[in-house]
Structures are given as structure tokens and as C-alpha cells.
Ligand binder design. Structure first.
Ligand SMILES: C[S@@+](CC[C@H](N)C(=O)[O-])C[C@H]1O[C@@H](n2cnc3c(N)ncnc32)[C@H](O)[C@@H]1O
Length: 300
């Protein structure tokens, strides 16, 4: 791309650690190009009022690279041979990864008290014993491990032969690394009951490490929910959690992603989405099932 912003040398400040640019500004035209690039590749849609967010997140990355303009950065991402490796940092910069353990307790209660017993009964009848749960858009893994802890605490003692496999995926490679390491800070455990903290974490110097029995139930992989081919390679799930990510998509990307998740579910399986999210106008394929303070979507 052409059209550099022509900042003068005084627009840059030297810090002890880096050569940092003052906040550059992104033209409306470039914002539209970058948002369209993001949308086409990930389904994430940046509304007009998110321009500042995008600018400030990319600015941090540009400061790190010593790049002065958004045009130059987008050039690197899209056209340079380094673009492929930059993609990883680009998604790390633009995604919001807020999550914590036991974030949605009513969903976990419904899972433990009704959904898993129902699934186990069907598995028993079919002579099977493995439950597969997908935490799609898992961020740093707190949701996946919360599910594993609930299973270990409430389901396993009554069903010793049943095994759980939790699969976490996210587009952001940094959070997938954190998830695989399973070590967390105070912020992640702020909603965790002391009982679970004591039973399923090892605390060391302010770091909360998930116990090996729980850790081994979960595995994590970088995956873009908007990548049809990748998502179609995943199937045979009994429950899918796809929470607090649809809010970043527009109607068309929600529809596409939810259709793929529907296909990835076993018949009789369930989908959970976030508190503030709905499938209204997105999919009619599921049956809405109500539980105390939450709803689930069943594939019949
Ligand atoms: C707010 S977090 C939600 C984490 C967790 N599900 C929860 O509810 O606590 C949203 C996550 O969605 C991920 N994400 C956004 N777009 C994605 C995409 N196209 N494919 C996969 N993950 C995506 C982000 O990287 C981020 O980690």
C-alpha cells in the first residue's frame, strides 16, 4: 500500500527499551481495508466505534517492531514474506481474551446435574464411555479446566468408567500456550470457590497451577473458527461451549460458525453460548432447553 502518513522525526520518542512512535492515526479508508481483511479471515467484525481499539492494539505491536505507520504495518502483514509469521502476532493484538474459571456457573450446574447424566445414560446404552467436550474460543483455558473440574468432582465418583476429553481451541496462539501450561494468576481464579482452589490447584509464589489429573483431560490447539476446513475436521462432540465470541462476529459469520458447530455435535449433543448471546435469527436447527438461570441448545 502507498500513502504513508509522513510523520516527522519529532513524532517519535526514544524510550529506554524501544523506539516507540507516538500514537499514529489510521485513516478511515485504511480502517475499512483492515477491518475487511480481519472479517474475511476471522469473521470478527470491527464496528466503526472500535477504530480506536484497533488503532491502540496495533500501535503497541508497531512500537515493538519499530514501524511508524499503519500503512507500513499492513503492508508487512499482507504483502511481505514476513506476513505469514506476523499473522500470529496480529491475532494476538486484535482479540479480546477475557475469561476466568467458573465464569458461567449456571451452565456448569446444568452440565453436571442434567446434561452429562443424560449423555452418560445414552453412552452406556451404546456401550461407550468417552465424553468429548469442545471449548471453542477457549482463550487461556479456564473454561476447559472448569469443565474438567466439575466432571472430576461431580460425575466421575458416580461413573468411574466414564472418561472425559476436553478440547480447547482459539485463534490466538499466546492464549493457547497459556492454556497448555495451565498456570494462572489471581485474576483467573477470582470466581473460584476455596473448595475447588484447594482441591484442584497447586499454589506456588502466587501462581495457581492446575493439578495433573485435571490437566491431562484437556488439550489445546490454535484454530480459527472461521476456517471451514479446520472446523470440519472436528466432529463427534457431546457438548460444545462457544461462549463470548459470537459477540465479535456479524450475523453472516455467526450463521456460518454455528452451522459448523452444529455439524460437529453428536445427535443429542448440546451447545452453550455466552450470557449475552443468542441464536435468534442465526439458527433454527437446535431445540432451546431451559435450565435454572441459563439455556442450552440441543441437537435433536
Ligand atoms: C472473550 S474470550 C471468551 C473465552 C471463553 N470462551 C469464555 O467465555 O470465558 C473470546 C475468545 O475468542 C477468540 N476468538 C475470536 N475470534 C476467533 C476466531 N475466529 N476463531 C477462534 N477464536 C476466536 C479470542 O481470541 C478470545 O480468546
Amino acid at each position: 500500500m502507498n500513502g504513508m502518513l509522513n510523520l516527522s522525526p519529532s513524532d517519535y520518542v526514544q524510550t529506554p527499551n524501544s523506539f516507540a512512535a507516538k500514537q499514529a492515526s489510521m485513516s478511515t479508508a485504511l480502517f475499512e481495508i483492515i477491518r475487511s481483511h480481519i472479517y474475511t479471515n476471522s469473521g470478527i467484525y470491527f464496528q466503526d466505534n472500535k477504530k480506536y481499539f484497533l488503532e491502540s492494539r496495533l500501535q503497541r505491536r508497531m512500537n515493538f517492531l519499530g514501524i511508524r505507520t499503519f500503512e507500513e504495518y499492513f503492508d508487512l502483514l499482507k504483502f511481505s514474506p514476513k506476513g505469514e509469521s506476523e499473522k500470529k502476532y496480529f491475532y494476538e493484538a486484535i482479540t479480546i481474551n477475557e475469561t476466568f474459571f467458573f465464569r458461567n456457573q449456571p451452565q456448569l450446574d446444568a452440565l453436571a446435574s442434567q446434561i452429562l447424566p443424560e449423555i452418560i445414560q445414552a453412552k452406556n446404552a451404546a456401550g461407550k464411555n468417552k465424553i468429548r467436550i469442545w471449548s471453542a474460543a477457549s482463550s487461556s483455558g479456564e473454561e476447559a479446566y472448569s469443565i474438567a473440574m466439575i466432571f472430576q468432582d461431580l460425575i466421575k465418583p458416580r461413573n468411574p468408567n466414564v472418561e472425559l476429553e476436553v478440547f480447547g481451541t482459539d485463534i490466538n496462539s499466546a492464549v493457547i500456550e497459556t492454556a497448555s501450561n495451565a498456570c494462572y494468576k489471581d485474576y483467573s481464579i477470582r470466581n473460584t470457590q476455596p473448595y475447588y482452589l484447594k482441591k484442584y490447584f497447586k499454589m506456588n509464589n502466587g501462581v495457581y497451577e492446575v493439578q495433573p489429573d485435571i490437566k491431562k483431560m484437556a488439550s489445546f490447539k490454535i484454530m480459527n473458527l472461521y476456517d471451514d476446513a479446520a472446523i470440519k475436521s472436528l466432529f463427534n462432540f457431546d457438548v460444545i461451549f462457544c461462549a463470548n465470541v459470537l459477540i465479535y462476529f456479524d450475523q453472516a459469520s455467526k450463521t456460518k460458525v454455528i452451522a459448523n458447530l452444529y455439524n460437529a455435535l453428536n445427535k443429542g449433543g448440546y451447545l452453550f453460548i455466552g450470557y449475552s448471546e443468542t441464536l435468534h435469527g442465526i439458527s433454527k436447527a437446535f431445540k432451546l432447553v431451559s435450565y435454572p438461570n441459563t439455556v442450552g441448545y440441543k441437537k435433536e
